[in-house]
Design a protein around this ligand. Sequence first.
Ligand SMILES: C[S@@+](CC[C@H](N)C(=O)[O-])C[C@H]1O[C@@H](n2cnc3c(N)ncnc32)[C@H](O)[C@@H]1O
Ligand code: SF4
Length: 342
Amino acid sequence: MLRAMHRYGVLAWRFAALRPRPGQVLNLLTYAACLTTGRFPRRLPYTPITFGAHVTSRCNLKCVFCNNPGVNRDPRGQSDMTLEEFAALLVHPNWRHAFRVSFTGGEPLLHPDVFTFAKLARKHKKLTYMATNGLLIGERLDEFRTSPLDTIHLSLYAQHLDKQVDNLRQLRAAAPRLAVVLTQIVSTDRESWKTMRDTMGIAAELHVRNVLFMAYTPISGHDLALGYFDDHAEMAAYLRAFEQEFGRRFDLMLPIPMERHPVRRFCMVAHTAPYVGPRGAISPCCAILPPSRSMGNAFDPDIWNQEFLYRFRREFSSHFPVHPRCRHCPTYAQGSAKGFFA
Ligand SMILES: C[S@@+](CC[C@H](N)C(=O)[O-])C[C@H]1O[C@@H](n2cnc3c(N)ncnc32)[C@H](O)[C@@H]1O
Ligand code: SF4
């Protein structure tokens, strides 16, 4: 809890340093009131706190575990968000009050304009975050050097580790003020537990303090056994020992187990951070991609409380079946907001 408060304190400090507009501050305070009282009315009284810009569906990898079903699957080739679209989002009433924008995909470093997006977002008083596999860092080092990008979330993948570490080393030298979060997916497979130690070695060598170990999100019924549930005593014990060993020197975020029998149906992501893709397509979450026009359009009036997103949230607090992808999502299956704030 203390760690989470520290993390959010740092975020608040950085946001304050941007001298945000009163509308952004009011939006955050309205959200904070819902959060602290635990009351989220059906029609949300705030607009998205943050949003994911799904800047491209293209990717330079084809990870078998990828939880994003839209990657490299756009037959029309219209898979990039344009600069005009992004610029329009930043001034639109649906999105202008967000305090942060996260660039994701696909692989955001494949997008030629992603650094221009970051500059524009900064101009509009938003913190910026980019999730990347980092393989193209070396080719865009000059842009990193001058970019106002706040945080990079580097996803480490065993098959590409050497290149990723080499790129990160160069990035640390070129852009020392850029915050880095090293991330690794952890499943019930013990190999992934061993890899956690390698990740800590990389963090130590490259002076990265924030390390995020994300619970594997099962992508089909067949890989369910790889998901970490609260009855996995051995994994829980391993993670406790890991925390004791590394928790003092690093800011660790460890996988949180899914509840086998969730008691409360609630999804914090659906209440804070929708995703926007090319042509204004939307999605309630990064694992239900690609954002689709059938879910509504980012430029529709009050999209946050329009049909799709409204109904999606309502399904969590009712007897309706949740979206199939949500059933084994670590955020939802924790049954509450606790995963989001871990
Ligand atoms: C879909 S990727 C997009 C950005 C970029 N291509 C990357 O790999 O970081 C966003 C994040 O989702 C994570 N991810 C992908 N599949 C996952 C899964 N099945 N379970 C948990 N996290 C997953 C990735 O490791 C990455 O950190
Ligand atoms: S996890 Fe990231 S790098 Fe891997 S295929 Fe998915 S989007 Fe690409």
